[in-house]
Design a protein around this ligand. Structure first.
Ligand code: UDP
Length: 145
């Protein structure tokens, strides 16, 4: 099973600090690989303010921005690049909707996440939402890849 090179796409997946803290990295990567996507790069790191400001630039000024950045630098994140045909759309389907309370059972957020009564939705994972976002985000987290 190899993808046609011209159709292969890449996405940035972040296993967020809540998922790392809860020991869910293996379960999340298992789901990505079981779907048939290939892992191209992975690194456990604690993100700094500059990286998070660039990553979440589109959300600057929103009420959840400061709690989101605080949460994302509260512990290590597993940054992953996954590859496969339509992986951007496919990983977002695996992840489920942003709010984990209403995310469909069968999805990462639906099966493993919930509302913890916090100012930010701790929803376990991030996945790029378009080819342009994927290229930008992969460049931020894995310069030179
Ligand atoms: N978020 C939040 N409250 C909101 C919207 C978003 O706490 O009302 C957080 C949540 O962790 C989300 C992240 O901000 O994953 C980025 O939001 P986006 O709309 O890009 O959601 P995603 O693409 O991650 O589902």
């Amino acid at each position: 099973m190899t993808d046609t090179a011209a159709q292969t796409e890449r996405t940035l997946v972040l296993v967020k600090p809540d998922a790392v803290e809860r020991g869910l990295t293996g379960e999340i990567l298992r789901r990505v690989e079981a779907k048939g996507y290939r892992l191209v790069a992975a690194e456990l790191r604690t993100a700094d303010d500059a990286l998070l400001a660039a990553h979440y630039a589109e959300h600057e000024g929103k009420p959840f921005y400061a709690p989101l950045v605080d949460f994302m630098r509260s512990g290590p994140v597993l940054a992953v690049v996954a590859e496969g045909q339509r992986v951007i759309e496919g990983f977002r389907a695996l992840a489920g909707t942003t709010d984990p309370t209403g995310a469909a059972p069968g999805t990462i957020r639906g099966d493993l996440g919930r509302d913890w009564g916090l100012a930010v939705q701790q929803n376990l994972v991030h996945g790029s939402d378009s080819p342009e976002s994927a290229a930008r985000e992969i460049g931020l987290w894995f310069p030179g890849l």
